[in-house]
Write a protein of this length. Structure first.
Length: 304
């Protein structure tokens, strides 16, 4: 009869090693910068993700994140600002994709070339880095404690630039994303808009890499927007719902990771996936219901 008790004690010990909320209040008071950064990333990721889905750019997000990782790792090795290095790497990748990959086939080829190069370069820089192992690991999987005042200032400034660029580009970019041929015929500079958005996307990726890591940026820039698109087609509601989903995943991941020994990225990705799964199920049920409900015939319709 003692075996179940021993097993239960072992399970409890494992649970306590992973989750420990004993000093949660004190820990929460130490991360105001992280909560602010998480809120900014949720808003930026949600709005940018709408165009990532519309323009079919999830693969581009992953490619840019690899160069962003390389830039951050290079800055870490050289002793420079990691956020600045991440931004430089992202903008270089975004510019290359935007300039060299005009067509979808060319764009995917460029991304396929950039991704392994960026990842290999980042791994090389981390291998040469002799500092804390936590700094290396954080670039790949994210970190929440290390967001300090200078880094927050970079994040706030970059977020403001991204949101301002989206505000300027929103209407013509929406038109160009929905029907590029007609938009170009109407005189809209489709190529310039594409490059402008790629640079904006590069900044957004650099922001996300700082918190969720280079490997799991898609959880903020793709999944929330894809989830929102499952439950609404309204061009007004879609971006705000996407931002709300990204904000919920980001802040929820921070609050869960704060009382855990597990990095933040698994929580953010899991919450994003659960939100998407719920929206997909809801959208499927609404579609099935719409198919089963017979059309209502107008009383004045003429019967033959």
């Amino acid at each position: 009869m003692s075996a179940p008790t021993v097993l239960g004690a072992e399970d409890l010990g494992t649970w306590q090693r992973i989750f420990n909320f004993a000093d949660y209040g004190e820990l929460l008071a130490l991360v105001p910068h992280t909560l602010l950064a998480g809120a900014l990333l949720g808003i930026v990721g949600g709005f940018v993700g709408v165009f990532v889905i519309m323009r079919d750019l999830p693969f581009a997000v992953h490619g840019i994140s690899e160069l962003s990782f390389a830039g951050a790792a290079g800055a870490l090795l050289a002793g420079f600002n990691v956020v600045a290095g991440s931004i430089v790497g992202s903008l270089m990748a975004a510019a290359a994709i935007g300039l060299l990959g005009v067509r979808a086939r060319d764009r995917n080829s460029v991304i396929g070339i950039i991704m392994p190069f960026g990842l290999g370069l980042g791994v090389l820089f981390l291998a040469l880095y002799q500092g804390r192992a936590a700094n290396k690991f954080g670039l790949l999987t994210g970190q929440i404690i290390a967001v300090d005042t200078p880094q927050t200032a970079w994040l706030v400034g970059t977020s403001a630039v991204v949101l301002a660029a989206l505000a300027v580009l929103w209407r013509p970019l929406t038109f160009a994303s929905a029907d590029p041929d007609v938009a170009e015929a109407r005189g809209i500079p489709v190529r310039a808009l594409s490059l402008g958005f790629m640079l904006t996307l590069g900044l957004a990726v650099a922001l996300c890499v700082q918190i969720v890591g280079a490997l799991l940026v898609l959880a903020l820039l793709v999944t929330p927007a894809a989830a929102a698109a499952r439950v609404t087609s309204s061009p007004v509601l879609l971006p705000f719902l996407s931002a709300a989903f990204a904000l919920a995943a980001m802040q929820g991941g921070i609050l869960l990771a704060l009382g855990s020994s597990i990095p933040i990225s698994p929580y953010v990705t899991t919450l994003s996936f659960l939100i998407y799964l719920g929206c997909r199920l809801l959208g499927s049920r609404r579609t099935a219901h719409a198919r089963t409900v017979p059309p209502v015939e107008h009383p004045s319709a003429t019967r033959v």
